[in-house]
Design a protein around this ligand. Sequence first.
Ligand SMILES: O=C(O)c1ccccc1NCC(=O)[C@H](O)[C@H](O)COP(=O)(O)O
Length: 375
Amino acid sequence: MEALLGSPKLRASPLSPAAARSPLPSRVRAIAPAAASRPRPLRSGPKSTVQALARDEMLNAAALEDAKAVNDAAASQGIRIRRHCRPTASMKEVEEEMGAPRNILEKIIWDKEIEVAQGLARNPLKEVIESAGKAPPTRDFYGALAAAYKRNGVPALIAEVKKASPSRGVLRENFDPVEIARAYEKHGAACLSILTDEKYFQGSFENLQKVRKAEVKCPLLCKEFVIDEWQIYYARSIGADAVLLIAAVLTDHDLKYFLQICNKLGLTALVEVHDEREMERVLKIDGVQLIGINNRSLETFIVDTSNTKTLLEKHGDAIREKGILVVGESGLFNPDDVAYVQNAGVSAVLVGESLVKQEDPGRAIAGLFGKELLH
Ligand SMILES: O=C(O)c1ccccc1NCC(=O)[C@H](O)[C@H](O)COP(=O)(O)O
């Protein structure tokens, strides 16, 4: 197999210094983090159909081996979402090997592995890194939240530009991302979250780019399912000020590596947790400034705002000591919901459905907080 695939170096993308120091076994390190979802380059093409079939079989076996190593490393940290590591295969082929995805989040991630490979083929990493370097400077996402909290005395609002979701279907038929973003800004949102996933949320990177070009001043979160560094550079290249990193999907090693990239690009990372184990993992990682507690299980869709309270009762002190701001995410519909998560200790809230479903999403902000927000 080695002869066909070339040296191990050829199979993996260059490792960051952090990756090189990683405590992961070398087999896993060779393909993690970002390269785990990349197609394997070949030294030369096959000369006959028989050779081509043999090559495909070997590539398949190697990809499955990679997936096993990646998934074993993730499972040892309590991560239940598996990777297929076969970005050039069809979903049918993937499912033949791995069975059906176990839940919606795993399904989203499996599709994302394929999408990222396609994105990389269209816009190679080197070019995306270059254009990220030329993008207009980032706006301070963390600073905007801290200032708005101080100004209004209620959690700062990250208002989400969200057309649809897997749990609720289409939320707004007449969807103009720029109009919604402007309305949110006018009515006191501190920051905006722009969903960029197309398949499940009917969002797009184009929406983010349009909002940024419309000179909306609020800092912008690229709300994407990040599994590869390429997505972070791409988000920056089109004007994002912050990106989402989901602990349920990313190993500690991925989180650390992606945080380094964010740091280098001046991006804020919103690190999202859902349960106790994820919170404990994230609190051990240096450099986390913003933790989102999602009240929605991304695996079952069940929304429970007491999740925020439970996690902050246990970890609130450690979080405050580190100067981390907490964002309460999902399922917030009225001033009582906002007061509940504020009392639990959040400084900001991330809200989509309850705003975007209203005829005037901007005016809906005063309804959500029980008062107008100041700029
Ligand atoms: O919203 C979903 O159905 C969903 C399903 C699977 C993965 C993620 C999902 N949502 C992402 C979010 O975190 C929410 O869009 C965000 O917190 C706003 O929530 P809401 O105010 O309840 O729209």
